[in-house]
Design a protein around this ligand. Structure first.
Ligand code: PLP
Length: 435
């Protein structure tokens, strides 16, 4: 999108172009003025349905009244502290997370961003294991900070110098374009065996951890089959390495369970949360076991940041958990997700270019292709449909990386009418662009 061609405010865009560093995606041609519930409003007060929950963060919709009240109260009460001082909201949130999390993930570190939480988990995994090698999946996104970026394979790694020594990649499972077996009979176990054969050949004997998203969201909303993560964890255990689950996008109800790894019945050694935990404000967490935390502490673990254990984000996180549990938003994600999925499947029946609907709860992917037989990706077509959706009043995202996959993830508070509105916008955009 070229902001200066359709911008409502040329002077605004001139200043944006003059003063802002461009950081990865073209700016949408709208000037956001306010946001409420499932909608963003531009300067002309045009309502835009937010089918992306901001940057996958606003699970309670925008400016949820209880979150607004919490921020106002705590910022007026206890805004920010020296990092060695902890306060009640911090311990309360740590306790609440420990009680909700699976297994004995009872020790919690509160930080600001997803990349930071993955960096911290990797740092602890290295310290506790004594190794340094980190395995990532080929369609992963864990952040743009040091260790997280080294384990991220769905973004450009070119031009920034070497990534961390000991970065090893294995293929992300892919039902839509399987490499082992056939589309009807995908042999992901053979793929996993082969992947670990390559791991063993590359490893210098210093494996520390494997990091994975339970649903590879930015990589194309890839949902590994049931049993995959159990098999993966067994491979990690055989090699004495840790398993880190990055639930930045999947955590806290979005996939229909509080944590996505509950479906897989796998408890990792580390679980990281970010985006959804702050529901719009920067808050992240690393959860691990008391044993690992004790070992790290004995070995002098350091992750001392400006905003570690900040009280205001912690108070927000606590309120987010309270609302999600009280309002049964994980169950709501299942029900609303089914409605959304049925609507998308109906689009798949009617439009030849819509070739796959996948995902779980309110984290769904819709893949567009050039032809169904060969499943040729259609990223340009998807870009056009996305732009038309925006013109028609809906913000939705097409994932990076040369595929034409829409990631559809509205707030968990979305109403049935709003889901139907989003589906009708998709329908109209597909009709106009793809027919
Ligand atoms: C699964 C996952 N992990 C980590 C991150 C990085 O989070 P942040 O951008 O807050 O550093 C992202 C961001 O998109 C993500 O999707």
């Amino acid at each position: 999108m070229s902001p200066d061609t359709i911008a409502p405010d040329a002077e605004f865009w001139q200043r944006a172009q003059r003063y802002l560093v461009r950081y990865g995606a073209e700016f949408y041609p709208l000037v956001a003025r306010r946001a409420k519930g499932s909608f963003i409003f531009d300067e002309e007060n045009r309502a835009i349905l937010d089918f992306a929950s901001g940057q996958m963060s606003s699970i309670l919709g925008h400016s949820h009244p209880e979150i607004v009240r919490t921020v106002r109260h705590w910022f007026g009460e206890l805004d920010h502290l020296y990092s060695a001082i902890v306060s009640r909201p911090v311990v309360d949130l740590a306790e609440a997370l420990a009680k909700l999390a699976p297994g004995n993930l009872e020790r919690v570190l509160l930080l600001s961003t997803g990349g930071e939480s993955n960096d911290a988990a990797i740092r602890m995994a290295r310290l506790a294991s004594g190794g340094y090698e980190i395995i990532g999946l080929s369609r992963s996104w864990h952040g743009v900070t040091g260790a997280a970026a080294s384990a991220t394979y769905n973004s450009s790694r070119k031009g920034y110098g070497p990534s961390a020594a000991g970065s090893i990649v294995i293929p992300a499972p892919d039902f839509f374009r399987p490499r082992f077996g056939s589309a009807e009979d995908y042999d992901w176990r053979a793929e996993l065996d082969y992947a670990f054969d390559l791991v063993d050949r590359q490893s210098t004997g210093n494996l520390a951890a494997l990091i994975a998203e339970p649903i590879l969201s930015s990589g194309g909303v890839i949902e590994p089959p049931l049993g995959y993560f159990k098999a993966l964890q067994a491979k990690c255990r055989e090699r004495g390495m840790f398993l880190i689950f990055d639930e930045a996008q999947t955590g806290l109800g979005r996939t229909g369970t509080l944590f996505a790894c509950e479906r897989d019945e796998v408890v990792p050694d580390f679980l990281t949360l970010s985006k959804t935990l702050g529901a719009g404000i920067p808050l992240a967490a690393v959860l691990t076991t008391p044993e690992i935390e004790e070992t790290c502490h004995e070995r002098g673990f350091l992750f001392y940041t400006t905003h570690v254990s900040d009280p205001v984000p912690a108070a927000v996180g606590l309120k987010v958990l309270e609302v999600i549990v009280r309002d049964r938003l994980a169950e709501r994600a299942q029900v609303a997700g089914l409605r959304l999925r049925r609507g998308l499947e109906d689009l798949m029946q009617r439009y030849e270019c819509v070739a796959d609907i996948r995902g779980r709860g309110l984290l769904l992917g819709m893949e567009l292709v050039q032809d169904r037989q060969h499943r040729t990706p259609a990223p340009e077509l998807a870009g056009k449909v996305m732009r038309r959706c925006l013109e028609l009043g809906m913000s939705t995202s097409v994932i990076r990386g040369g595929l034409g996959v829409f990631r559809i993830a509205p707030p968990l508070t979305i109403t049935d009418d709003e889901i139907d509105l989003g589906l009708s916008i998709f329908d109209r955009a597909l009709h106009e662009v793809a027919h």
